[in-house]
Write a protein that binds this ligand. Structure first.
Ligand SMILES: Nc1nc2c(ncn2[C@@H]2O[C@H](COP(=O)(O)OP(=O)(O)OP(=O)(O)O)[C@@H](O)[C@H]2O)c(=O)[nH]1
Ligand SMILES: [Mg+2]
Length: 294
């Protein structure tokens, strides 16, 4: 072996070994951050995930020539990395759920197309339930805080997450928002996802109930066109029924299309604008407006 090649092999070994050292340091830093409840813990957790992946790729590196090309774990970018990221999201979502459960907070996640009425529905719920529950809202939006401002005007804490170029919230972003909330002082958390009927479906957030909102102004084919979003729904809201006639939609088509792919989801017809169907939604979410009087 040429001394040049030996040097390169040694450099590679040293690099892998120092990287292992960094990883160990990051892990113990994370343990420290967790034990002290520091807000940096979730980001360290994410950094560790990517460091582990980098290390698994480096471990497969070889200076030797002429070997057949074999992919190592993490190298097949489009498939493995995506699978790993989805698995990571699922793991963090479970941690979010455990944190919510620990504090007795029920979380309800709203997804649906742009402008389908998610914020209007949450505003109506917040007004209807304010005497019964201590509430907070996490709002996902690409760039603005318009929706969080709307919700804050109802006297409820609203945390805005701006996702930038991402078309959905993920469990990590929600985990960071949860750190900003005093979970002991709330019973009910609404999460409004970014307006999109495709991307959010693959990213559970840790909520107990997933609501998908579709509005009649999108036409009556949305469930057939975007089945993946509806398959995992617990409640499907058909909103803006006040304008159903103007849009010439057959409301029963939504129900029949949903039955084909999801027999468990509850269907609620609503007009958030006119507060129609609000009590049905409250019931479908397993919530109650007032203590039953004895
Ligand atoms: N006619 C009618 N309009 C509604 C209803 N619900 C919401 N809207 C209107 O639809 C528009 C969008 O409502 P939002 O509540 O902002 O919808 P959103 O899903 O939160 O929108 P994004 O967060 O931008 O995706 C607003 O102009 C609302 O006033 C409804 O039941 N009937
Ligand atoms: Mg909104």
């Amino acid at each position: 072996m040429t001394s040049e090649k030996e040097k390169a092999k040694k450099a590679l070994e040293e690099m892998v070994s120092s990287f292992k050292g960094f990883l160990e340091r990051a892990r113990s830093l994370k343990e420290y951050a967790l034990s002290k409840g520091l807000s940096v813990a979730p980001r360290l957790d994410l950094a560790i995930f990517f460091m582990e992946r980098a290390l698994s790729i480096m471990d497969g590196l070889s200076i030797d020539e002429g070997e057949p090309i074999k992919s190592v774990q993490g190298e097949v970018m489009d498939v493995e990395v995506e699978e790993d990221l989805l698995a990571l999201n699922k793991r963090i979502a479970l941690e979010n759920r455990a944190l919510l459960d620990k504090h007795g907070v029920k979380a309800i996640d709203f997804m649906g197309s742009l402008g389908s009425g998610k914020t209007s529905i949450i505003e109506a719920l917040v007004e209807a339930l304010r005497d019964k529950y201590r509430m907070a809202v996490i709002v996902g939006d690409v760039a603005t805080s318009i929706d969080a401002d709307r919700i804050s005007r109802h006297g409820v804490r609203a945390i805005q997450i701006n996702t930038g170029r991402e078309c959905h919230l993920d469990a990590q972003l929600v985990r960071r928002a949860l750190q900003l909330l005093d979970l002991k002082s709330i019973d009910l958390l609404f999460i409004e996802n970014v307006g999109n009927l495709i991307c959010p479906a693959d990213f559970p957030l840790g909520a107990h109930v997933r609501v998908v909102v579709v509005s009649v102004s999108e036409g009556s084919d949305m469930i057939v066109k975007h089945p993946t979003s509806f398959i995992g729904a617990d409640v499907v809201v058909i909103n803006k029924i006040d304008v159903a006639e103007a849009f010439n939609v057959d409301l029963m088509k939504f129900v029949n299309d949903l039955k084909e792919i999801n027999t468990k989801a509850k269907v609620v017809f609503m007009s958030a604008k006119r507060h129609m169907g609000l009590d049905d939604l409250i019931r479908a979410l397993g919530l109650i407006k007032q203590e039953a009087s004895s």
